[in-house]
Write a protein that binds this ligand. Structure first.
Ligand SMILES: [Zn+2]
Length: 84
């Protein structure tokens, strides 16, 4: 039982291996962090999404453009919210 870990509300970093099978780094991860860096995250998480998205985009080029634009605007809005 890790009582000490339960008592401390602060998330302490844990030494773990990067979840990218092509990466051999160990890193101090905080919370649910699985990868040592953004590159590894992209290497592993991105292809799954883009593979599916690419196929869909091929079949719905106009719709994909619309969604891309909406997504961009949404992100921009969010960013502005954070700044204020
Ligand atoms: Zn890594």
């Amino acid at each position: 039982m890790a009582i000490g870990a339960r008592l401390s509300k602060k998330k302490s970093p844990v030494l773990r291996a990067c979840a990218n099978p092509n990466c051999e780094y160990a890193f101090w991860g905080i919370g649910n962090q699985k990868y040592c860096c953004k590159k590894c995250y992209k290497d592993v998480e991105r292809p799954k999404i883009s593979e599916r998205t690419r196929k869909w985009r091929k079949n719905h080029p106009e719709r994909a453009k619309e969604i891309n634009k909406a997504d961009y605007l949404k992100r921009k809005e969010k960013k502005n919210d954070n700044n204020n």
